[in-house]
Design a protein around this ligand. Structure first.
Ligand code: ATP
Ligand code: PRP
Ligand code: MG
Length: 417
């Protein structure tokens, strides 16, 4: 470790008492804190702590089944299963205490419930091939390991950021540069930062050239540490900012370390060597992309009177960009049945447009102004577009081309390049 890097210690936190609900959560967290010695150096496979043996990577041939790891508890668990369900990839487990499950729509893949940190560890050890976790965990536990490949970096849940926060009472410290030059901290009396993200924090302070920093770690309720005197400031997750506020802490300019949300991650080795993994990831990515694109959009259809499809399309397009939909309105003739059994194109056309959910009423009013009637609004499940750019980017990261994927999909070996 370079001399500029902050050092890492552990500390115990003692009892405190207060009555805001968020603070009570914090109080519960303190009781389950454990002493945890965190290694000082960056590792390709993080240790389990204590005297545990270093984690070893399983050879790819150690098992045949394809495995996905998803969070077993915490706020990511519910959102992960919710998103999968929205993509018709519902996870089925026989009882709530079982940690193994399946996705009936993806036959042949095992789903394993793990703590978020362990999802990343198990990707690193080759015990799972695919995982869903927060980007924060991926960075902290994965530590930029080359085997970890981000397949989808924005699953739309678990949005938060990691930030440095200091006591509100530090009126003269509102930015990282002010913290850096704060005369209270020196080599003899370094700034004490508590965090659950030791690897990320170590790298951050090193990058900022902040040498007089000591990093300690705890499992949760970190916001209590400055008031208890156990640390000077914290580096922790922030979402609404309530926990910081309720514990008299504030973020500082330049102290935003990273933005996080749920990610789909896979092992490079598994993608390239375990038969079937790349195909499953391809299908999951397609479904996720199409679903996330559809989320927030409604399909609106209305019957509009006109002399031809073109004249109706012109009228709709003239009604503003909202009515043009995702690519332009779809206008189709409505056929009227005749007495002789034939059908005839009438004077009404069905118009279909994809509209942001937030602008539905505005759209209905515009359609009515154009003589639209029978307006129907449907939720969209998927918007499948061209091959998703994230898929192309994944293939590039793996050093593959589309034709290589076709070889793999046929069970043939990838083309050597
Ligand atoms: N306040 C938050 N808002 C949004 N996402 C969050 C928030 N806190 C954590 N996360 C995300 O959820 C992930 C799991 O955190 P969470 O606190 O739910 O579980 P945990 O820390 O494993 O459980 P516990 O807090 O009970 O020990 C984090 O890695 C992060 O990506
Ligand atoms: O900005 P906010 O919306 O208040 O959210 C931030 C808090 O959420 C997380 O804690 P969590 O509730 O998971 O408790 P923990 O500290 O025990 O993990 C995180 O560690 C922060 O403390
Ligand atoms: Mg938590």
């Amino acid at each position: 470790m370079s001399s500029a890097a902050p050092t890492t210690t552990t500390h115990n936190q003692n009892k405190t008492h207060n009555f805001h609900p968020k603070r009570l959560t914090a109080f519960k967290g303190i009781r389950r804190q454990r002493r945890c010695r965190v290694p000082l150096v960056a590792m390709s496979i993080p240790q389990q702590g204590g005297n545990a043996q270093p984690l070893k990577r399983q050879p790819i041939e150690a098992r045949e089944a394809i495995r996905m790891g998803i969070p077993s508890k915490g706020r990511m668990a519910e959102d992960t299963q919710g998103l999968l369900k929205s993509c018709q990839l519902s996870v089925r487990k026989l009882n709530p205490r079982q940690y193994a499950a399946e996705i009936p729509n993806v036959p042949g893949m095992e789903v394993w419930f793990q703590r978020a940190t362990d999802v990343v560890r198990k990707l690193l050890t080759g015990d799972v091939d695919i995982g869903i976790v927060g980007y924060d965990m991926l960075r902290e536990i994965g530590n930029e390991d080359e085997d970890l490949v981000i397949v989808h970096d924005a699953l739309g849940f678990g949005g938060c950021h990691l930030a440095v926060a200091v006591p509100q009472a530090w009126e003269n410290v509102n930015s990282l540069s002010q913290l850096k030059s704060d005369p209270r901290f020196s080599k003899e009396r370094p700034l004490r930062v508590v965090t659950a993200y030791v690897n990320v924090a170590t790298q951050f302070f090193k990058d900022q050239g902040m040498e007089n920093v000591v990093i300690s770690t705890a499992d949760g309720a970190l916001e209590a540490a400055p008031a208890m005197g156990a640390a000077d400031c914290i580096l922790d997750l922030v979402s609404s900012g309530t926990t910081l506020r309720e514990n008299n802490l504030k973020e500082i300019e330049g102290g935003r370390v990273l933005d996080s949300q749920g990610c789909l991650v896979a092992s490079r080795e598994a993608l390239l060597k375990r038969p079937g993994v790349l195909e499953i990831v391809h299908e999951m990515l397609e479904r996720l992309e199409a679903h996330l694109r559809a989320d927030g959009v409604f399909m609106v259809t209305a019957n509009v009177r006109g002399s031809s499809a073109e004249s109706v399309a012109e009228k709709i397009c003239g009604g503003g960009s909202l009515l043009r939909g995702l690519q332009g309105p779809t206008v189709s003739p409505i056929y009227t049945p005749q007495s002789d059994g034939a059908v005839k194109e009438g004077h009404f056309y069905a118009v279909s447009i994809g509209v942001p959910k937030t602008r539905i009423y505005e759209t209905v009013k515009s359609l009515r102004r154009m003589g639209g009637s029978g307006v129907l609004v449907f939720p969209m499940t998927y918007v499948f577009d061209e091959e998703p750019p994230r898929w192309t980017s994944l293939l590039t990261q793996l050093g593959l081309k589309s034709e290589d994927f076709n070889h793999l999909a046929r069970g043939e070996a990838p083309v050597a390049r």
